[in-house]
Every structure is written in C-alpha cells, then in structure tokens.
Design a protein around this ligand. Structure first.
Ligand SMILES: C[S@@+](CC[C@H](N)C(=O)[O-])C[C@H]1O[C@@H](n2cnc3c(N)ncnc32)[C@H](O)[C@@H]1O
Length: 289
C-alpha cells in the first residue's frame, strides 16, 4: 500500500477513548495497540492477497518410472504425490505469509476472556485451521460455524457451494466469555415434538446458521461488495462480548462489525486499507463516532 497514512498519524486508540475507523495497513496499525485490549476480534480477510498463486501441475513432479520410492495407484510414485503436495504448499505459503503475522497480532490483542472469529470459505478454511491450531493451541478451538445461504447460480457438475466457514478460537479455554442467553433464538424444525412453551421460546442456534446474504435491495446494503449480514455479526457480538467491551475488525470493509457493535453498546475499532471502505464506514458508523 503506497498512499496510506503512517500508523503514527492514525488516530491513537485508548481504552477510555472514542470508537475508531482507521485507514491503514492493518499490520502497521495493529502494532500500535497495547496487549490484551479487546474481548472480541472478528476478521473476514481477502484470500486474494495480490500475489500470484503458484500452482504447479502434477506432471512437473512426476518421478521417472522406477525412480520413486514406491509405485502405487495409477503407477504414480510416492515422490510424485509428495512433489504435488509441495506445489500446493506454495499457495499455502503465500497465504501463511500474509495472514499468520496478523493472526499473531490478533492473539496478542485478545484479552484473557477474549475470542477470535475468523471468517473464511471452503478454499481457505483448512489451511487456516492448521494455522490457528498451531498459534492458539488445539484446546483453544471452540467451533467451526457454518453460515449457509441460498443465493445465486447453481453449479450442475458439483454440489453448489453455498456456505462460509467461521473458525472460533478462544485465548484461554478456562476463562473465555460466552453468553448463549444473549443470542437470538430460532424456530424448532419440528415444533410439534416439543412443549408449546419451548416452541414459543425457540431454540438456541447450533453451529450451522441459515441466514440470507445482504439483500441487494434491503436497507442494510452499503454497496461495498463483500459486505456481510448484520444478523451473523449480531450473534457473534452478543455471545462473545459484553456491553462496554472493546471489539476489533482489522479487515473491516463496510464496517458490519462496527454497526452491530454500536447498536449493541460495544466499543469498536475498524481498520481497512481501502479508501472506499473507509468512506463507507465513516458514513455508516457516524452515529457512534
Ligand atoms: C472481505 S472484506 C471485509 C468485509 C466486511 N466483513 C464487511 O462486512 O463489509 C476484506 C477487507 O480487507 C481489506 N484489506 C485487505 N488487506 C488489508 C490490509 N493489509 N490492511 C487492512 N485492510 C485490508 C480490504 O480492503 C477489504 O475491505
């Protein structure tokens, strides 16, 4: 990023200060924030980090007949398979180089009762799960939330992919904050199987959330292309933070986390390197800035 303000000229954050929208490369800005300042970090990073993804074809790694250590299925040797895996690793390495240092910062910035929500899709989630297991520890893995939606064209040659994945990790599995009583409830699928009172009250959501995308004609729509629905973020903020807590989104886009946090009485910091995103956020989040 060339025309970004240096982090020192970004508005400074303080625990008793105002909510912030920050125009900066998140790597530079996050380094200015003190340890353990946030109860909740939600991020929805781009997969395309601007680098060329180097995916080699398997044939470039094919061992000469008899040269591999073993010959198996389709006559391919184990070294062929290993070489192919290494070529996929190039994509993993690029993703790792971009995301890992920022996730390390997320870990540092989370309070002892804090939670990270990392919003991805099927292309990235398996890489990121391995990354976060290494960083937070497997015992800190809380959930993988599946956000299922039903919109757009349907592939005919495979199962149409209509879900995102949100990985949830806590800083400390013994002390993390989670309040399911604050979460909106859902209708039972078979209300006839439960008492009338239970049916009336609805059920707690599971780790599979059916929710429409941001409607192209709805009032939530900001025009920012990757905007996520407030309904998803409302659940996350309600369950994993309290009123007055600080929450952070450092790939903030249109500022959905900020909007929900403002409405629910949380304090927020939203960071984005794209000037269009910052303009959208300044307008959307004006009531709370
Ligand atoms: C998928 S969008 C986030 C959308 C957001 N969740 C919403 O509801 O609108 C990812 C955002 O990350 C921003 N971004 C990418 N690289 C960044 C970086 N190094 N520092 C700060 N923001 C970055 C992009 O400009 C983009 O707005």
């Amino acid at each position: 990023m060339t025309d970004l303000p240096a982090p020192s000229s970004s508005p400074g954050w303080s625990a008793d200060g105002a909510n912030l929208v920050v125009h900066a490369d998140n790597a530079a800005f996050l380094a200015t924030l003190p340890d353990e300042s946030f109860t909740l970090v939600y991020v929805d990073p781009p997969f395309n980090t601007g680098r060329v993804q180097r995916r080699q074809q398997m044939r470039t790694n094919r061992a000469e007949a008899g040269a591999g250590d073993r010959v198996g299925f389709k006559g391919l040797s184990y070294s062929t398979v290993k070489g192919t895996l290494a070529s996929y690793d190039d994509a993993f390495e690029d993703y790792w180089d971009f995301l890992f240092p920022r996730l390390v910062e997320a870990w540092r910035l989370l309070s002892d009762d804090g939670t990270l929500y990392l919003h991805l899709d099927y292309r990235e989630v398996h890489y990121a799960k391995v990354m976060l297991d290494a960083l937070f520890g497997r015992e800190s893995f809380l959930n993988e939330i599946i956000w299922a939606y039903d919109y757009g064209a349907r592939a005919r040659r495979k199962w149409p992919t209509k879900h995102d994945n949100i990985l949830v990790y806590v800083k400390n599995p013994a002390t993390y904050h989670f309040d399911s009583a604050e979460v909106d409830r859902e209708p039972y699928m078979a209300p006839g199987l439960v008492t009338a009172e239970k049916a009336e009250r609805g059920k707690l959501p599971t780790d599979v959330w059916w929710h429409t995308i941001v409607s192209p004609t709805g009032k939530e729509k900001t025009g920012y292309p990757t905007q996520k629905p407030e309904g998803l973020l409302r659940r996350i903020v309600a369950a994993s933070s309290r009123e007055g807590d600080w929450v952070l989104d450092f790939f903030a886009g249109s500022g959905t986390l900020g909007a929900v946090s403002g409405k629910l009485g949380r304090r927020f910091v939203c960071v984005d390197s794209n000037p269009q995103a910052v303009a959208v956020m300044r307008a959307r989040l004006a009531p709370w800035l």
